[in-house]
Design a protein around this ligand. Structure first.
Ligand SMILES: Nc1ncnc2c1ncn2[C@@H]1O[C@H](COP(=O)(O)OP(=O)(O)OP(=O)(O)O)[C@@H](O)[C@H]1O
Ligand SMILES: O=C(O)CCCC[C@@H]1SC[C@@H]2NC(=O)N[C@@H]21
Length: 275
C-alpha cells in the first residue's frame, strides 16, 4: 500500500487564493470541513451582496465526504484534492451532461502532466484499473440563482481506510514514470480546468465527442445494473452525444445505459488500451 506522496495543503491553499484573486472567483480554503459541497452551498447562500461568478471551496480534509448515491467518500488530510465549485447555470438544460465533460477535461489535464488517467463512464477517473477520483454534479437554485455545483475528489495517495467491497482505489502517487510534475501545479491546473469547463456549456459536446471511444470501458465486458435490480451484460461501446453509454449484448442488440444506471467493467482484455 502506498502511503507516500501526500498533497501538501498549505502551499496549495496559498496558490489557490492567488489564482482566485486573479480570476475574480470567491475562494475558501479550509483545513477541515464536513463536505466541501455543503461548504460551497453555504458560501453562496450567505455571501453579502450575492455571488455572480464562480465560488470554490477546497479542503485538506472532509469528515463527511459523500459520493454518488450517498456513498461515503474517504477524504483524509494529505490523501487527495477535495474541492467543490459553483458556477452560474443557464435556464436551458444542456444536451451534453456536464459530468462527462468535466471528467474528460480533468483526465486531459492529468494526461497532459504525465498521469495516464482515463474516464470511467459516467463520472469517475481511473488509473491502473483503480478509481483515482470521482465527481458529482447537481443543478439547483442557490443564492436565488440557478447554478451548477460540482464536487471533485482525486486521490494523491491510497486511502488508509478500506473501501467498500469490489472497489479498488488508485492514486497520483502510482502514476509511474511519466509523472514527474509538481503536485501543487497539477492540483492548481485541475481546479482551474474544472471551473473553466463548468462555466462553458458550449464546450461540453466537444468534450463528449472526444471521449466517445476513448473511455475506460470501451471494448470491455461490462454489466449494467439498473435501478430495478436487473443486470444485463455486454461489451461497452460508444458514449453518445447525450451521455448515454452504448452496450452491445451477445444477441447483437445494442442497449443503452443512462446516468441512473451503474456499469461495472468486468475484466481487462489483454493488450487493449483505450487511450
Ligand atoms: N477516496 C476514494 N477513492 C476511491 N474510491 C473511493 C474513495 N472513497 C470512497 N470510494 C468508493 O467509491 C464508491 C462511491 O463511488 P460511486 O458511487 O461513484 O460508485 P461507482 O461504482 O464508481 O458508481 P458509478 O460507476 O455510478 O460512478 C464508494 O462505494 C467507495 O467505496
Ligand atoms: O465517485 C463519486 O461517487 C463522486 C465522489 C465525489 C467526491 C467529492 S470530494 C469533494 C466533494 N465533496 C464531497 O463530499 N464529495 C465531493
Amino acid at each position: 500500500m502506498h502511503r507516500d506522496a501526500a498533497l501538501d495543503f498549505d502551499p496549495l491553499a496559498r496558490q489557490l487564493r492567488r489564482l482566485a484573486a486573479r480570476q475574480g472567483w470567491m475562494m475558501a480554503t479550509q483545513a477541515r470541513v464536513d463536505s466541501t459541497n455543503d461548504r460551497v452551498r453555504a458560501l453562496v447562500e450567505s455571501a453579502d451582496g450575492g455571488v455572480r461568478g464562480p465560488a470554490v471551496v477546497v479542503a485538506a480534509e472532509q469528515t463527511a465526504g459523500v459520493g454518488r448515491r450517498g456513498a461515503r467518500w474517504l477524504s483524509a488530510p494529505g490523501d487527495g484534492l477535495w474541492f467543490s465549485l459553483v458556477v452560474p447555470a443557464g435556464p436551458e438544460l444542456p444536451d451534453a451532461p456536464p459530468a462527462l465533460a468535466l471528467a474528460g477535461r480533468l483526465a486531459g489535464v492529468l494526461r497532459g502532466q504525465g498521469v495516464p488517467a482515463t474516464v470511467k463512464w459516467p463520472n469517475d477517473l481511473y488509473l491502473n484499473e483503480g478509481k483515482l477520483g470521482g465527481l458529482m454534479i447537481e443543478r439547483s437554485r442557490l443564492g436565488g440563482e440557478l447554478r451548477w455545483l460540482a464536487g471533485v475528489g482525486i486521490n494523491w495517495r491510497q486511502p488508509a481506510d478500506p473501501l467498500d467491497a469490489d472497489y479498488r482505489a488508485s492514486a497520483i502517487s502510482e502514476a509511474g514514470d511519466g509523472w514527474r510534475g509538481s503536485s501543487i501545479a497539477l492540483a492548481l491546473a485541475l481546479v482551474e480546468a474544472a471551473v473553466t469547463v463548468m462555466s462553458r456549456p458550449a464546450d461540453w459536446p466537444g468534450e463528449l465527442a472526444h471521449l466517445s471511444r476513448r473511455h475506460h470501458g470501451f471494448g470491455k465486458p461490462v454489466v449494467v445494473e439498473r435501478g430495478n435490480g436487473i443486470g444485463e451484460s455486454g461489451i461497452a461501446g460508444l458514449i453518445c452525444p447525450d451521455g448515454d453509454l452504448e452496450i452491445a449484448r451477445s444477441d447483437g442488440c445494442v442497449i443503452r445505459a443512462g446516468a441512473h444506471d451503474r456499469v461495472r467493467v468486468l475484466a481487462e482484455r489483454a493488450g487493449r488500451d483505450s487511450y
